[in-house]
Design a protein around this ligand. Structure first.
Ligand code: ADP
Length: 187
């Protein structure tokens, strides 16, 4: 878990690689669907380009399907999900049915200003200062919406996991290697 720009996707990839777990990123699945132009993609696009959340039943369906895949039977890592309390409750029910409780929830904590700076950095090349091919939802206006949605919808999910004794907070400042050392030590 973590705000947009906190480094969830980067750390999730490193962590899944280190432990051989499958990496389930709802953002990646949705972006892939948008690129492919499927009915799911067409629906998701309307929300994503505004920085809004895709409806709960859509993302819950995606996660349920991925959990059944052969590569996820030895362990899995969720990235970008759950993002609402309803998603967290649906996940609890899904995992209880499967007899696979969550081992832990990592929160990558990064001050808002630092996260905004990183997201702005995804827009401009460090070498020439030119515009990069950017993720459509990294535009300034959309980033602001994503931050607001995080505070309103996703921050309460942290309380859900804190109450369950599962939440571990990791300092997200510094290089990706610095953060990964802390992440790997925390699992
Ligand atoms: P970030 O965490 O940097 O905002 P993600 O790649 O995780 O990026 O998500 C990008 C977008 O995909 C979100 O702004 C949202 O529109 C959609 N999305 C991803 N995961 C979920 C989810 N669990 N619930 C609803 N929408 C989601």
């Amino acid at each position: 878990m973590g705000t947009p720009g906190a480094g969830k996707g980067t750390q999730a990839k490193l962590l899944a690689g280190r432990f051989g777990a499958c990496h389930i990123s709802t953002g990646d699945v949705l972006r892939e669907a948008v690129r492919g132009g499927s009915p799911l993609g067409l629906e998701a696009k309307r929300y994503m380009e505004q920085g809004l959340l895709v409806p709960d039943d859509v993302v819950i369906g995606i996660v349920a399907e991925r959990l059944d895949a052969a590569d996820c039977q030895g362990g899995f890592l969720l990235d970008g999900f759950p993002r609402t309390v309803a998603q967290a409750k649906a996940l609890d029910a899904l995992l209880a049915r499967r007899g696979q409780p969550l081992g832990g929830v990592l929160l990558i904590a990064l001050p808002r200003e630092a996260a905004l700076e990183r997201l702005a950095g995804r827009r401009v090349c460090d070498r020439c200062g030119g515009q990069l091919v950017q993720r459509g939802d990294d535009r300034e206006e959309t980033v602001r919406h994503r931050m607001e949605v995080y505070a309103r919808e996703t921050a309460p999910v942290l309380e859900h996991y804190r109450a369950a004794g599962l939440l571990r907070e990791i300092d997200g400042t510094g290089s990706r290697e610095d953060v990964f050392r802390r992440v790997a030590a925390g699992v």
